[in-house]
Design a protein around this ligand. Structure first.
Ligand code: KG4
Ligand code: ZN
Length: 349
């Protein structure tokens, strides 16, 4: 069965054809980075307009790359939550319109659940397993029990990890998106040059929760302190700040992950989301898995960022478990309760 998957939740327009929920026949991702770079962040109105322009050509390119015509497509899927409403609406409307016109099943997919599941496109991972999902909008730790059954055990209480990379990079003037810029700078910096604090969340929140707003502030204070005392201090470099910030950001992710491995032993860990492209995070997840005797599934970056393949792949299971989605399914910017166990989607949620 060939499923066409469409992803448009933020600033990437993507379409992909996946066979039987496993085999990627095509994957096209049109990034809007150039459009948003001049604003140092995603501008929702510009994002939706760009999706409107891109969606047709991107879907056509995905069909062509898969060597498929519309007749070869058995179902059409799109993410409907969470994300920017205007952006989600473009992909969702396109998928619903095509499904209606062609009399094919339509499937609405939760985009976070798709990120969590995406590592299954790399290899068959037995359930359950732990997933660390780190992007510009989300930072969460989850146990995935089945393709459509995700248990979120920790989430950020303020900024997302990728958001902190972007804000620190904007502050340092090193460009947008911040993650790749910091990743690059950090390779020549000294991560021990500064000791940025880890958040102390004891008693205030869940055992596996994250917080990133304090780290960003600590970077700003460090820089200001240096400027005041630069006559006597050793020279500060942007590379050192980037390396120390990145190390502390990743320390926190690993701290929660190690705790989860202690308390909920799982045979495998997977990562996803844009920050999962970070070279240091990938290295440390791999080392952690080695040390703990678990397996790490680290997807290639194009399966970590927003992409249509994870939508098409998960849609195959959703179709099997829940059947097609109604054509009156709408978009939802947020997921109602981002804690505990939730299924792909139900009517009205
Ligand atoms: O998953 P994604 O493409 O979009 C959503 O937020 O849904 O993630 C984008 C985020 C941005 O914050 C970007 O700075 C970050 O992922 N990112 C990275 C790297 N590449 C992208 N963060 C750290 N290191 C990277 N190499
Ligand atoms: Zn995403």
């Amino acid at each position: 069965m060939n499923i066409l998957g469409i992803e448009s939740s933020c600033d990437e327009t993507s379409a992909s054809v996946v066979r039987d929920g496993r085999s990627i026949s095509s994957l096209v991702i049109a990034s809007q980075t150039d459009i948003h770079a001049q604003h140092h962040g995603v501008v929702p109105e510009l994002a939706s307009r760009a999706h409107v322009e891109q969606i047709g050509p991107v879907v056509e390119a995905a069909l062509k790359e898969a060597d498929c015509s519309w007749d070869d497509i058995d179902a059409i899927a799109a993410s409907n939550r969470p994300g920017l409403s205007g952006s989600l609406a473009v992909g969702l409307s396109f998928a619903k319109g095509s499904a209606l016109a062609l009399s094919k099943p339509f499937v609405a997919v939760d985009h976070i659940m798709a990120h969590a599941w995406a590592a299954q496109l790399v290899e068959d991972i037995p359930y359950p397993y732990l997933v660390l999902l780190v992007s510009g909008g989300h930072t969460l730790l989850a146990e995935i029990h089945a393709p459509t059954d995700l248990e979120v055990i920790g989430a950020t209480i303020d900024d997302a990890c990728g958001e902190a990379f972007d804000k620190v990079s904007a502050y340092l003037g090193t460009g947008y998106p911040g993650g790749p810029a910091i990743d690059r700078l950090a390779t020549t910096g000294n991560a021990e040059a500064y000791a940025f604090p880890m958040p102390n969340l004891k008693g205030r929140t869940g055992r596996y929760d994250f917080s990133y707003s304090g780290l960003k502030t600590a970077v700003v204070h460090q820089r200001e302190r240096f400027r005041r005392t630069s006559a006597t201090d050793a020279p500060e470099t942007v590379e050192d700040i980037a390396a120390a910030f990145q190390k502390t950001a990743i320390d926190q992710l690993l701290d929660r992950l190690e705790r989860a491995l202690d308390e909920r032993p799982n045979p495998a860990i997977a990562i996803g989301g844009g920050v999962a492209s970070n070279s240091e995070l990938r290295r440390r997840i791999d080392a952690c898995a080695h040390r703990r005797g678990t397996r790490a599934i680290i997807p290639p970056p194009r399966l970590c960022v927003d992409n249509g393949a994870m939508v098409a792949g998960l849609a195959w299971s959703v179709l099997e478990v829940q059947g097609p989605s109604p054509l009156d399914t709408g978009v939802s910017a947020r997921v109602p309760a981002f804690r505990g166990r939730f299924e792909n989607h139900r009517r009205g949620t």
